[in-house]
Structure formats: structure tokens, C-alpha cells
Design a protein around this ligand. Structure first.
Ligand SMILES: [Zn+2]
Length: 142
């Protein structure tokens, strides 16, 4: 959620809303974390860097995992200008948002990733706040 934004001026790329892509290193981190939590889920907040690349995840404290869906303590998270959305894992092969997921996506952010079993570079889907699929490129890290 963008908390405030100058009304009239054109902004530089640093303040842009646009997401350029997701860092490959971060994606590999997400994959490793999802595997390590399997068969449980994990959830994290995604942040972008100054170039608009999603490059950081903050795993939420108090995330409860179990057979039911993870209940993320989103009230504990810090939403700032660089927060772009969320990521969480599904122990099933279906990276499809549940109704609770869609409810969460609608609250803030513009990029919400679900990664499904078997957790690889092709088993994730990104959604916007209306749970429509969006394409997010993978950026090779320098
Ligand atoms: Zn889910």
C-alpha cells in the first residue's frame, strides 16, 4: 500500500509503483524455504529494491503452519513504500488462491505469489490484488 504520494509531480524510478521483476536469488530462497517447511506452509511479505525488483522477503513472525492453511500474522507486519505483496507456499501442486488468499490479496499490495509443490522455478504463479494472474519476470542477479 502506498501510504502517501506527491500528487502532481512525475516521479523518478525510485518511487515508481512498477515492479520490474523478481530476483532469481530471492526466488531460489523462496523455493528452499518452501521445501524446508513442507508439508507445512510458510508466508512472507515481499519487498522491492530501489530498481523495482522484488528482492527481499520478510518471513512473518508467528506464522502458524500445519495441515490447515498457514495463518499469517499480517497484523504484525510493517507495510511501507517498498512492500509489494506476499508470498506463501501450498503443499499441493495447485498454486491457486483460496478464498482466504483472495481476501488477503485484496487488502494491500499488487503482487502476491503462491508457490506450489514441488517448489521449483515453474511451480509458482503471481497474482494482483484482484487475484488475476500477472506475469513477473525472473531477473538474474548481478
Ligand atoms: Zn494459499
Amino acid at each position: 500500500m502506498v501510504m502517501f504520494r506527491p500528487k502532481s509531480k512525475k516521479l523518478h524510478v525510485n518511487n515508481s509503483d512498477d515492479i520490474v521483476g523478481i530476483s532469481k536469488n530471492l526466488l531460489l530462497d523462496i523455493i528452499e524455504t518452501a521445501k524446508s517447511k513442507y508439508p507445512n506452509e510458510f508466508g512472507a511479505v515481499l519487498r522491492k529494491n530501489s530498481r523495482g525488483i522484488i528482492s527481499e522477503m520478510l518471513i512473518l513472525p508467528g506464522t502458524i503452519s500445519g495441515h490447515k492453511r498457514a495463518e499469517f500474522k499480517f497484523y504484525m507486519m510493517h507495510v511501507d513504500f517498498n512492500t509489494v505483496g506476499t508470498v506463501h507456499s501450498h503443499p499441493s501442486p495447485y498454486p491457486i488462491p483460496s478464498s482466504a488468499d483472495s481476501e488477503l490479496f485484496s487488502r494491500f499490495g499488487k503482487c502476491h505469489i503462491i508457490i506450489a509443490y514441488p517448489y521449483d522455478l515453474s511451480s509458482w504463479i503471481a497474482y494482483d490484488r484482484n487475484s488475476n494472474r500477472i506475469s513477473v519476470g525472473i531477473i538474474e542477479d548481478l
